[in-house]
Design a protein around this ligand. Structure first.
Ligand SMILES: [Mg+2]
Length: 306
């Protein structure tokens, strides 16, 4: 369901929930799955990832190479993924809760619209899937075959010109800017859920980030002092979102608890002072510098080493 930013805010939601798709809503990453099993395989994909880490390749360029290796009609891609990809066990319940509490859920993805739309309808059902807005890359026909039904007839069409292909911070910042103009008691809380490298451009732009346990995003957020809480599955996201919705817990308290939990189990240097949340509000210059670095394809690992 696509709605304008204005009409969403006019409905006065208490929470706006943004989320990654691959590996966050689903248990597997769809693009990695096709590449590893039907494209150039895991080893070559790993090589591309290493190039991205060394900054000799952007996320956008590496992703294109992965897709170029698939060499199959788009309906075949959908068939493979429909048979192999599973939904997070708590996501359906979360969507039911979001509907009954008028919480908009917006998918921000580096994947392709056709894949996401097909899988959401299949795994959630048409009715609940219709509640989700999808902002993502898409597909386009290309010569010589010019058809999605032909192996050499289509490719990915990126959402924007950034090194990410889809810079998720662009949408989040539009919302953040509009929200800042609202009276304080009418400002919805912006939440974001993600798991990996494609979420770095979004990490600083929400009031609280749900980062999937054991993934790169957790380490990155800890080091950067970005408010976050970890999740195993959407059952936990639902519980904490309900606590925020009811006012039982603040985003600040959830983030503090999570940081303590992660640091207790961490051998990382604990002396880094936290940076302010939502950098667009407090530290525009630092945010711009960070995004410039991220857009050029710098990896989490390299960011952490700095
Ligand atoms: Mg992901």
């Amino acid at each position: 369901m696509s709605q304008s930013l204005e009409s969403r805010l006019a409905a006065k939601p208490k929470i706006l929930f943004f989320t990654d798709f691959d590996g966050t809503i689903t248990l597997q990453d769809t693009n990695d799955f096709v590449t590893d099993n039907y494209g150039h395989g895991y080893d070559t994909r790993r090589g591309i990832m290493d190039e991205i880490l060394k900054e000799t390749e952007t996320f956008r360029g590496g992703f294109q190479k992965m897709l170029d290796s698939w060499n199959m009609p788009f309906p075949k891609v959908l068939e493979i993924l429909s048979e192999n990809i599973q939904l997070d066990p708590g996501f359906k319940d979360f969507m039911v809760w979001a509907r009954s509490n008028k919480v908009p859920v917006i998918v921000l993805s580096s994947g392709m619209y056709g894949v996401i739309d097909t899988l959401l309808k299949l795994l959630l059902g048409d009715d609940l899937a219709s509640d989700l807005e999808i902002i993502s890359n898409t597909t386009k026909p290309i010569p010589p075959k010019n058809s999605l039904d032909e192996a050499n007839g289509w490719t990915i069409e990126f959402h924007d010109d950034s090194g990410f292909g889809h810079d998720k911070s662009l949408t989040l910042r539009e919302y953040a800017k509009a929200i800042e103009k609202l009276p304080a008691d009418q400002r919805p809380t912006m939440l974001y859920a993600g798991d990996g490298v494609s979420d770095l451009s979004a990490a600083r732009e929400s009031d609280l980030l749900f980062a999937k346990e054991g993934q790169d995003l957790v380490t990155y957020c800890e080091r950067e002092g970005i408010p976050f809480t970890t999740f195993k599955d959407w059952t936990e996201i639902k519980r904490e979102t309900e606590q925020i919705f009811s006012g039982e817990k603040s985003v600040k308290r959830l983030a503090t608890e999570s940081l303590q939990r992660v640091r207790t189990n961490s051998i990382e240097n604990q002396s880094n002072p936290p940076k302010p949340r939502r950098a667009s509000s407090f530290d525009q210059a630092a945010a711009e510098q960070e995004l410039k670095r991220l857009r050029s394809g710098v990896s989490v690992e390299d960011a952490i080493k700095e």
